[in-house]
Design a protein around this ligand. Structure first.
Ligand SMILES: NC(=O)c1ccc[n+]([C@@H]2O[C@H](COP(=O)([O-])OP(=O)(O)OC[C@H]3O[C@@H](n4cnc5c(N)ncnc54)[C@H](OP(=O)(O)O)[C@@H]3O)[C@@H](O)[C@H]2O)c1
Length: 334
């Protein structure tokens, strides 16, 4: 393998013939600007699977069998070289970019489930809901005019939060909002049961779901079915004065339609962490729009330690002939 053995943790092989991970080659491939992160993953994986050979991709030709790849944004010519990979692990929850790679091997693709991201997502979503529920957006606008308006329009009714996507992260977010006494509704492909959450499923129930979402929070995966799902038609179905929070992927939302809905006054505000183009170009109208808050794709970062726990456990399961947990359904796209 034309890859750098993980020097920080040593390079060991066959030290324990009874270890399920004996002689396994695990390659870690991240973009060059993520070299520190790759090293952290290598250390974490090596400590969990001491008999495996954990290497960091150095951008060269792969000359040795790779049993497992752990990657985020693999380089363009990598996947076509992994003809014998037993599984690909993503260091992320989303797999949209990987699934579009024409050289993706036929082996299972396994994503992270939560890995520390749920709590961060819940914090972001809660911040957004409180921001709008307490009228901080309006007070911020008033501050720019040196305007003192003591009544923030407090009512006993909290706005209804609607979570698009009740998967791993959507469930954590929905539960956190319920715990903070927001009325919560959720939408997924299949019907989900979640305490305190009014559940809707499938495209036929989307209009009913949207009709009462004062704050719409997107935690859907980007798939052919969800691409541009948040469009003019969906925004028109939200109550007047609703807010939109996109924490998932930029291409789920039609940015021009969102701007039009904000500028018409139908929507009150948007808090956006993800964009069609990232980094968000400096000329993009979102940067200076008074009703838009921009954050640079930081809603939830994968935490290496819980992520490595999951991946090591999955490698052990696969080596024992058991199915991995978190396998991506390539047909559904997530
Ligand atoms: N901004 C960030 O920093 C950041 C960080 C991490 C993740 N993310 C994004 O968050 C997304 C969600 O992550 P996750 O781990 O929660 O994913 P997940 O566990 O796969 O959950 C996806 C949810 O979306 C629902 N869904 C998928 N397609 C649908 C459709 N066509 N119609 C209705 N519902 C649909 C699923 O329905 P079922 O329950 O019926 O399957 C499921 O409830 C990721 O894909 C990623 O893009 C962003």
């Amino acid at each position: 393998m034309a890859a750098r053995p993980c020097k920080t943790v040593g390079y060991t092989t066959n030290s324990n013939p009874n270890d399920a991970a004996t002689a396994l080659n695990i390659l870690i491939s991240m973009p060059p600007q993520q070299a520190d992160k790759a090293a952290q993953w290598a250390t974490a994986m090596q400590s969990r699977l001491p008999s495996a050979t954990v290497s960091i991709d150095n951008g060269g030709e792969i000359t040795q069998t790779v049993d497992y790849l752990l990657t985020w944004q693999p380089r363009a010519d990598l996947l076509s070289q992994l003809t014998h990979a037993r599984a690909l692990f993503t260091a992320s929850a989303g797999v949209d970019a990987l699934l579009h790679d024409p050289n993706l091997p036929a082996c299972p693709v396994i994503r992270l489930r939560d890995a520390g991201m749920g709590e961060q997502m819940a914090d972001y979503a809660l911040y957004a809901c409180l921001h709008y529920a307490r009228g901080f957006d309006r007070m911020r606008a008033e501050q720019t005019r040196s305007q003192w308006t003591p009544s923030a329009g407090a009512t006993s009714r909290k706005p209804t939060a609607g979570v698009l996507g009740l998967g791993t992260l959507g469930c954590v977010v929905a539960k956190a909002l319920v715990a903070h006494r927001f009325p919560v509704r959720g939408w997924s492909r299949r019907q989900r049961e979640l305490d305190g959450v009014l559940s809707f499923a499938g495209s036929e129930q989307l209009p009913d779901f949207l009709a009462a979402c004062d704050i719409l929070i997107c935690l859907l995966p980007l798939t052919p079915d969800t691409h541009h799902l948040m469009n003019a038609n969906a925004f028109a179905q939200l109550p007047s004065g609703a807010c939109v929070v996109n924490l998932a992927r930029g291409d789920i939302l039609v940015e021009a339609d969102l701007l039009a809905a904000l500028d018409s006054g139908h929507l009150r505000g948007a808090m956006l962490d993800v964009f069609a183009e990232e980094p968000l170009p400096s000329s993009h109208p979102f940067w200076h729009h008074p009703s838009v808050t921009v954050t640079p794709h930081i809603a939830a970062e994968t935490l290496v330690e819980p992520g490595a726990d999951q991946i090591a456990r999955n490698i052990e399961r696969l080596e024992q002939g058991k199915p991995a947990i978190g396998c991506v359904d390539r047909t559904a796209g997530y």
